[in-house]
Design a protein around this ligand. Structure first.
Ligand SMILES: O=C(O)CCC(=O)C(=O)O
Ligand SMILES: [Fe+2]
Length: 469
């Protein structure tokens, strides 16, 4: 890659900091890059042309008006056309939204919306409104390149060149992408984790790094906030404190429970998430909180790269580990939950008691380890097959446990516990178990995790031939 400023730089962009003010001015005056952005100048890759804004015929004015309408009318660019979320927006509309995000420098949403626009095109090379597929490819390739997804950028550029073999900018960009890929290969792989943009990497990034680029603007973070606020959509679920119809039953998984069945509330069917009410008494709760209090330390998470425990902004709480031998109350609890879950606690982790203060929270995450994480599969006990999350306190406001992919919101009630399997029967992680602890808004929240592991469950939860189970 050349760091030389390109003569006709108004039409170019690339990357790498340049001290050349002239180039900086010219590039920032390009319509696509709003003035006032940092003068990190891109050199080498040509930006798509803004031919849409050229001239002033009626069609263009209409497009401008529509874009204006989108700018003014839509508070959230997650909602195509200001809220018609159920109607598939036409490719042209999605493209307009993508361009809006792009001009604002919001490449994260631009990428999503260019992708949606491309999807809405189906097999067409031109939409009924005259939007060319090649134009979307041109922008999307550039955005992907800017986000470090070189291989995807190259693939889309190649697709563009099939449609328009003489496309000058695409030819230049292809050469540049190929050169850079070759350099990276020679240097021993991509620049940083996730750069290749493969599905595998995307998954690893989602798994391990809630604070990836654009996280706070992401659709998932918006869902997390919405569920935490209790703004439920049709089909979402909220547990017992709401006045929604409940799906409850008496649960007698073992003779032990015949006289005193467990009150089970089904929060979600597939994957199954249940709430068991009244499974831990007031005295037991108090004992556990007392045992935990002197042992509480700022909670940590495992750094996926190094395997070390570190504090993280996305998990604000204090936690303590309690060995079963510490108190007969814990041993009792262990026996009861073996009968209740049908799982063995022999391979389970010790009890983890967690206390969240005001504002304490844990952003969306999985409880199971991703296969790429350091140490994730070396553990003799295997991965975290299931989670039993006890609520040791009520929370006056905030503090719900929410499942961001499922639209499930569980309200902490002292004495209840949530239970779900993190792994499918095949041992694969159940990606729909993504969940979070909402910020506590009033009071404090006490919970306790019991994480069961795969080891010893062979006959208790056998494998299945159906990989979806
Ligand atoms: O506190 C909660 O509601 C959830 C906690 C959790 O997900 C965890 O500790 O892994
Ligand atoms: Fe969790």
């Amino acid at each position: 890659m050349s760091n030389e400023p390109v003569p006709d730089s108004g039409r170019y962009a690339g990357y790498g900091l340049s001290s050349d003010e002239r180039v900086a001015d010219e590039v920032s005056s390009h319509r696509r890059i709003p003035a006032g952005r940092p003068t990190a100048v891109l050199v080498g890759v040509r930006l798509p042309q803004d031919d849409d804004d050229k001239g002033g015929d009626g069609k263009t004015r209409k497009k401008r008006r529509r874009r204006e309408r989108l700018r003014r009318g839509s508070t959230s660019i997650d909602e195509p056309d200001g809220g018609a979320v159920n109607e598939p927006a036409p490719a042209d509309e999605c493209f307009a939204i993508a361009l809006f995000a792009y001009t604002k420098g919001d490449l994260y949403h631009a990428k999503d919306w260019f992708s949606v626009a491309l999807g809405q095109m189906g097999d067409r090379t031109i939409s009924s409104q005259g939007l060319k597929r090649s134009r979307i490819l041109d922008y999307l390739a550039y955005v992907l390149y800017k986000q470090g997804h070189l291989q995807e950028a190259l693939a889309l550029t190649n697709e563009l060149l099939v449609l328009e073999p003489g496309h000058e900018r695409a030819l230049n960009n292809r050469a540049h992408f190929e050169r850079q890929l070759a350099n990276e290969l020679a240097a021993g792989g991509p620049r940083r984790k996730g750069d290749t943009g493969s599905a595998e990497d995307e998954e690893a990034i989602r798994h391990n790094a809630p604070h990836r680029e654009g996280w706070y603007a992401s659709a998932e973070f918006q869902r997390y906030k919405r569920l935490c606020r209790g703004q439920l959509l049709p089909g979402d679920f909220e547990s017992v404190a709401s006045n929604k119809p409940l799906v409850c039953r008496y649960h007698r998984p073992h003779a032990y429970f015949y006289l005193a069945p467990v009150k089970e509330e089904i929060a979600h069917w597939r994957p199954l998430i249940v709430l068991w009410h009244g499974i831990i008494g007031t005295a037991e709760t108090a004992t556990i909180r007392q045992l935990a209090e002197p042992r509480l330390r700022r909670a940590t998470v495992q750094d996926p790269a190094t395997g070390r425990l570190v504090t993280a902004r996305y998990r604000i709480s204090k936690s303590a580990w309690l060995q079963s031998v510490l108190h007969p109350a814990i041993e009792n609890l262990d026996r009861r939950i073996e009968l209740l879950t049908g799982l063995s606690v022999a391979s389970a982790e010790e009890l983890q008691v967690v206390n969240y203060g005001l504002g304490g929270h844990y952003e969306p995450h999985y409880d199971f380890a991703h296969r790429r994480e350091v140490n994730s599969f070396e553990r003799a006990q295997g991965n975290r097959i299931a989670t039993l999350l006890y609520y040791l306190s009520d929370v006056p406001a905030g503090g719900a446990t929410v499942f961001t992919d499922l639209g499930v919101r569980l309200l902490p009630t002292r004495g209840s516990a949530a239970f779900w399997f993190n792994l499918k029967r095949s041992g694969e992680g159940e990606m729909l178990t993504r969940h979070a602890a909402c910020p506590v808004l009033h009071g404090s929240k006490w919970v306790m995790n019991k994480w069961f592991h795969e080891r010893d469950q062979e006959f208790r939860r056998p494998c299945s031939l159906d990989s979806n189970e």
